[in-house]
Design a protein around this ligand. Structure first.
Ligand code: SF4
Ligand code: SF4
Length: 75
């Protein structure tokens, strides 16, 4: 299985140390299904490099683990 990318240049990064096992809120919120839970680690990650920068994934995360890396031109 390919390693989940956690590069700074993907649209959304997730701090695995803050992600709660068993939580799927950000995955459930994403209209594009861009986020998923890694089967091995149990943590959320961006598995499709596609994003509308709409923000509910970050807004709903109870621990603030999700960062939406807004492109400069959209700010
Ligand atoms: S910002 Fe929107 S499209 Fe991007 S990962 Fe979060 S919920 Fe999905
Ligand atoms: S909402 Fe936060 S704690 Fe829940 S799965 Fe997503 S990143 Fe992890």
């Amino acid at each position: 299985m390919p390693l989940a990318p956690q590069r700074a240049d993907v649209p959304v990064t997730i701090d695995e140390s803050k992600c709660i096992d068993g939580c799927t809120l950000c995955v459930d919120m994403c209209p594009l299904d861009s986020l998923a839970i890694d089967e091995d680690s149990g943590k959320a990650y961006m598995h499709v490099d596609e994003c509308w920068y709409c923000g509910p994934c970050a807004a709903r995360c109870p621990t603030g683990a999700v960062t939406v890396n807004m492109p400069y031109l959209l700010r």
